[in-house]
Design a binder for this molecule. Structure first.
Ligand code: SAH
Length: 253
């Protein structure tokens, strides 16, 4: 955390004005703990961690800084901002949508409503792709249903001579994917195409070295049983396949 941020967290000269507003003065760790306890009562997973992630997001610092600056006073407007995030998290709005980012393969990705939050298991798929491509001179990967671009971006980040084509049917997802390629300086090695599965690859009849996809696989029946975070907030078209769960895999194969 920069000194500037550290200062923003403390209000050494403002106690009088805070008191005149009659609002409670919150210190960093006390605020985080109280919010964590609240989330725990509301049945939210990893409540303390979640509260720390959201508070460090609001304060623009690292999680560890909450402990280093545990007794700093938090500015009232930051308390209000944090309170609003905690309220939404208690209603099962995903943490990653609240912070606008998530980590995948140790890279930070921009995410938000309308795009699937990449899952840790998908890192195994990227590792397998990298393994296959490592001995190729200039591998070309097609990432079908790219979402926020997680697979294509992480693959390209690891292999400097590789290129990728990333497709999705959702313009919102492609918007996030473009932003993420840009963020990691990879835009010149990836082409984004909007369309149904492999359709957009047909013009020009390109052949690719690796076809990677993490397509929707939740069955119609399973959808209702998913966690509220996923069912109520992540895009249904990124999750649900049909009666069997294998509809997309069959079409791709
Ligand atoms: N690859 C990303 C996203 C997986 S979710 C990740 O692993 O995090 C599945 C993605 O497939 C969603 O982004 C969804 O918009 C996209 N999708 C769904 N139906 C599609 C179709 N018919 N053609 C192309 N993409 C599709």
């Amino acid at each position: 955390m920069t000194l500037l941020n550290a200062r923003r967290m403390s209000l050494p000269d403002n106690r009088a004005s805070l008191r005149t507003h009659g609002a409670k003065v919150w210190k960093v760790l006390e605020l985080s703990r109280t919010a964590g306890d609240f989330l725990a009562k509301r049945g939210i997973d990893a409540p303390r961690l979640t509260a720390e992630l959201l508070l460090s997001h609001v304060l623009g610092c690292e999680r560890i800084d909450l402990y280093m600056y545990f007794d700093r006073v938090v500015a009232q407007e930051k308390v209000s901002e944090f309170r609003e995030l905690i309220r939404r998290r208690a209603e099962h709005f995903p943490t990653q949508y609240l912070t606008g980012s998530c980590e995948f393969m140790s890279l930070s990705f921009s995410v938000g409503e309308g795009v699937l939050i990449p899952r840790p298991e998908t890192e195994l798929l990227v590792e397998a792709c990298i393994e296959v491509a490592r001995d190729m001179e200039a591998p070309l990967l097609a990432d079908i249903g790219t979402g926020c671009g997680a697979i294509a971006v992480a693959f390209l980040h690891e292999l400097p001579a590789a290129r990728a084509i990333a497709t999705d049917i959702s313009p919102v997802a492609l918007e996030f994917a473009r932003r993420n390629a840009d963020r990691h300086g990879l835009s010149d090695r990836v082409e984004f195409l909007e369309g149904d599965l492999l359709e957009s690859l047909r013009p020009g009849a390109r052949s690719v070295d690796i076809l990677a996809a993490n397509p929707p696989y939740v069955t119609d029946g399973e959808f209702g049983t998913l966690q509220a975070e996923v069912r109520d907030h992540e895009p249904e078209e990124a999750l649900v396949s049909g009666p069997l769960g294998t509809e997309f895999h069959r079409r791709i194969i």
